[in-house]
Write a protein that binds this ligand. Structure first.
Ligand code: NI
Ligand code: MN
Length: 228
């Protein structure tokens, strides 16, 4: 059993009662965030790519809490250069952790730190297939639809898939529904659909679409959590 909690936008915690993982900890400057980075104690920080609405507070959280950042090697190199603890991995690779395991999955998206001084490339964007608390969680990250999503589970049952539905930068509702059809998770949680205007979508429309496939959709408002 794991508890998945939405902290706003694409940030979630996954907790099994012993370990707490945070995914894409963008809290400072996030109008949908329900707390700040000092309000949540974490053991591991998973970062899907370098964009500000995902990397977010990862580096200061790692520095302050000692929790390592798990991500692709280039992003980890960038974070390590700023003093963070890191576990550098890459797409297709899996690794065991005290809570279970993490495998990096492909994502069709960019990855860079972008600020006033320009763009720093941080490798490929990724998703995560996480084993924690006897559950399998697929966090797609920011991505467009791709057919090889059908291969991600590979005989394992995905208990919960967290899929972006906001369109413009990622899959929209129609493509995310196709993704759910390929992944066949027990539960799907829509994400990345509210924070700013071009991605503002109705998660209820997505829930209706996946209900037709026999997949349970749980819509988590920021601050809400669900047990899977
Ligand atoms: Ni992005
Ligand atoms: Mn994003």
């Amino acid at each position: 059993m794991v508890t998945v909690r939405s902290l706003g936008h694409a940030c979630y915690t996954v907790a099994d009662g012993r370990y707490t993982l945070i995914l894409d900890p963008f809290l400072t400057g996030n109008a949908d965030a329900v707390c700040g980075p000092d309000d949540v104690q974490v053991d591991y920080i998973l970062v899907s790519h370098g964009h500000g609405d995902h990397l977010g507070d990862a580096i200061p959280m790692s520095v302050k809490q000692g929790a390592p950042i798990i991500g692709v090697a280039e992003l980890c190199r960038y974070c390590a250069g700023k003093g963070a603890e890191v576990v550098a991995m890459h797409i297709g690779g899996a690794r065991d952790f005290p809570f279970g395991s993490v495998k990096l999955t492909q994502a069709f998206h960019g990855s860079a730190v972008m600020d006033d001084e320009g763009i720093i490339y941080t490798g490929l964007a990724c998703g995560f297939l996480i084993a924690c608390g006897d559950r399998t969680i697929y966090f797609a990250g920011d991505t467009g639809l791709f057919g090889d999503m059908a291969l991600i589970a590979r005989g394992r049952k995905i208990d919960v898939a967290i899929l972006p539905i906001g369109d413009n930068y990622t899959m929209g509702i129609e493509d995310a529904t196709f993704a759910a059809q390929m992944l066949e998770p027990r539960v799907v949680i829509p994400t990345h659909y509210h924070l700013f205007e071009p991605i503002r979508k109705d998660p209820g429309a997505f829930a209706d679409g996946v209900a037709g496939l026999g997949i349970e959709c749980r819509i988590l408002a920021p601050g809400e959590e669900t047990e899977v």
